[in-house]
Design a protein around this ligand. Sequence first.
Ligand SMILES: Nc1nc2c(ncn2[C@@H]2O[C@H](COP(=O)(O)OP(=O)(O)OP(=O)(O)O)[C@@H](O)[C@H]2O)c(=O)[nH]1
Ligand SMILES: [Mg+2]
Length: 197
Amino acid sequence: MDTTLTLAFDRSAERIDQLPASRAEVAIVGRSNVGKSSLLNAVAGVAGLARTSKTPGRTRLLNCFVTDRGATVLDLPGYGYAKVSASERAQWRVRLGTYLREREALVMTIVLVDGEVGPTALDVQLLEWMREFSVPFTVVATKHDKVRSSKRVRRRRELAAGVGLDESEVLWVSAVTGVNIDRLRARIDGWLHDPSL
Ligand SMILES: Nc1nc2c(ncn2[C@@H]2O[C@H](COP(=O)(O)OP(=O)(O)OP(=O)(O)O)[C@@H](O)[C@H]2O)c(=O)[nH]1
Ligand SMILES: [Mg+2]
């Protein structure tokens, strides 16, 4: 009963008004290097669909992927990249805020938190902001493979507490080993293709 999710690259947009019409959209956000593009590739089962890099700040555009049923997934630029100028950072905050509040198709925002590093101040700020504006979100922790198994129980508890959620509400995945990728894919498919939406 494995779900498949067919995703194809649609476009890279500089601005929100350049995004395509969509029946439902899931956005992937999180700090630079947290693993957004890698996660998208793992979920789609296509290596190299979204560009990944060891260099933070690789994704500078809104990269849009479309399913075979006209729904979309957005791979967004990361925040918190030190080498970006203060003005560019401020501009990105405004753009992300506008996108999250105004994109009508947006049904779910996946906020990625680095499972090895834990939530950063910027992650916590973003989540507070999303709660305030009632933007629907799900927190997914990344890089499960990078934490030793003896430390995982504690890390999981700390991470959930750090983002103000119950442990059961945070899915911890790895794009490398594929842990929990099937579960996440099924959830994304549900959000995108729920006939009641
Ligand atoms: N070990 C491990 N490494 C990962 C995992 N996911 C991503 N990485 C690595 O983390 C680095 C950043 O991954 P990306 O997917 O490019 O991160 P991103 O969030 O898209 O980064 P930006 O586009 O710069 O915002 C790369 O070196 C990946 O190989 C994971 O689950 N496990
Ligand atoms: Mg990226």
